[in-house]
Write a protein that binds this ligand. Structure first.
Ligand SMILES: Cc1ncc(COP(=O)(O)O)c(C=O)c1O
Length: 404
């Protein structure tokens, strides 16, 4: 019997996970790794969340399955957080608690899109959108967004794409701040995009997972303009709780019940103990601690951007938020995968090749991911400084040739 393997299961690797595996292998043998590849804070969950978990465990909380949409306490905490931070009045009935935002995307895509539907994302953009859509039989199309538009979509670009394609996409996924660039969509442009989506019957999926991690103006929310949009959030980034696996969707009325049915079947519910922790973290008490992390990310960003020229780098994305530096290293390599492997082997510094975010060849060769790398700035300032020093020393001592 021939082994059964589906076509749609053959997704691209998430290169950052491959790098993480290689970095962990090297850490075991050399002990010198500084990992700037994964987008995760190096700090634990906020104290108030840890205390809530300790109390629940001590008091013998049952921690069984919760409602598919999450506990009432967690859904109310998410609604309260959105009200405090963005002034949004959200009915907790429109909130779905998910197993990280990742599980939310799967349920949402299944609820909203059919196989063959065209769903647009930015190039560069977060790879799991593309790979999850592909696994579900949808067609992910990339809208190239370069430095001229600060790596973010505009209504003009959407109009241009739609005119060329003859029809708008079924969905548009945006992220502000974005991964890998950290750029924020200006509030008026976000509002215009939301209005354009409504007028063209395009489901706007606004990934707001990096909200809270901004270094200037706070990022606007799509729900300030349109309640037809879907908001995506998570405790992974600002809340420093990646492994707890709690995210959320804020849904327009028509998607609430379909998403509930899908979540109940796909995941049953998000982990109960993690919902306890998330509800506590979402309250006002944790903000002081968490805002301290954001100040460190900003310092790290300033530090890294100031040192990029020492590597000969002249082009990078303006990181308004999130915790990444996305830099053009085409003077060093035209094969960012090989370059990141080689940098790890030579220096113990792990960074992510841009091919995760801009794979293959796009309309503008200079934006292809083989020419770019991403560094995570979420670690300690000392580690980031040491990583930059090692990288700079490596470039200075190197043969100066580029991989092609
Ligand atoms: C833009 C973006 N969206 C979603 C996710 C998924 O996060 P999680 O599943 O931990 O909520 C990530 C993770 O890096 C991300 O960068």
């Amino acid at each position: 019997m021939s082994p059964r393997l589906s076509q749609r299961g053959r997704v691209e690797p998430f290169h950052v996970m491959e790098l993480l595996k290689a970095a962990n292998r090297r850490a075991a043998t050399h002990g010198d790794v500084i990992s700037l590849c994964a987008g995760q804070p190096s700090t634990p969950a906020p104290v108030v969340a840890l205390e809530a978990v300790a109390t629940a465990v001590r008091d013998g909380a049952v921690l069984g399955y919760t409602d598919a949409m999450g506990t009432a306490v967690c859904r109310e905490a998410i609604a309260g957080h959105l009200q405090r931070t963005s002034g949004l009045r959200v009915d907790p009935a429109h909130v779905a608690v998910t197993t990280g935002s990742s599980a939310g995307f799967t349920a949402l895509f299944l609820a909203a899109f059919d196989p063959g539907d065209v769903v647009m994302m930015t190039r560069p953009g977060y790879p799991a959108y593309r790979n999850t859509l592909a696994a579900l039989g949808c067609r992910a199309v990339e809208l190239e967004c370069g430095p001229a538009v600060r790596f973010q979509p505009t209504v003009a670009l959407l109009e241009e794409w739609t005119a060329a394609a003859g029809a708008p996409p079924a969905g548009l996924i945006i992220a502000s701040p974005a991964n890998p660039t950290g750029t924020v969509i200006a509030p008026d442009e976000l509002a215009a995009i939301a209005r354009w989506c409504d007028a063209n019957d395009v489901l706007l999926v606004s990934d707001e997972i990096y909200h809270g991690v901004t270094f200037g103006e706070q990022a606007a929310s799509a729900w300030e303009t349109s309640r037809e949009a879907v908001l995506v959030g998570s405790v992974s980034k600002y809340f420093s709780m990646t492994g707890w696996r709690v995210g959320w969707l804020v849904l327009p009325e028509h998607l609430v019940r379909p998403v509930e049915l899908l979540l109940g079947n796909l995941n049953i519910c998000a982990p109960a103990i993690a919902q306890v922790a998330a509800a506590a973290a979402l309250g006002p008490t944790a903000r002081l601690e968490l805002d301290g992390h954001v100040r460190r990310y900003r310092d790290n960003r300033d530090h890294v951007l100031a040192r990029l020229p020492e590597l000969g780098v002249t082009q990078w994305a303006p990181a308004d938020g999130a915790f990444y530096a996305y830099a053009d290293v085409s003077h060093l390599t035209l094969d960012s995968v090989a370059y990141c492997d080689q940098l790890l082997a030579a220096t113990g510094v792990a960074i992510t090749p841009g091919v995760d975010f801009a794979p293959g060849h796009g309309p503008t060769p200079g934006l292809d991911g083989q020419r770019w790398v991403r560094m995570s700035l979420a670690g300690s300032t000392e580690d980031i400084d040491e990583a930059m020093s090692r990288w700079i020393a490596h470039v200075r001592s190197g043969p100066g040739t580029r991989h092609t």
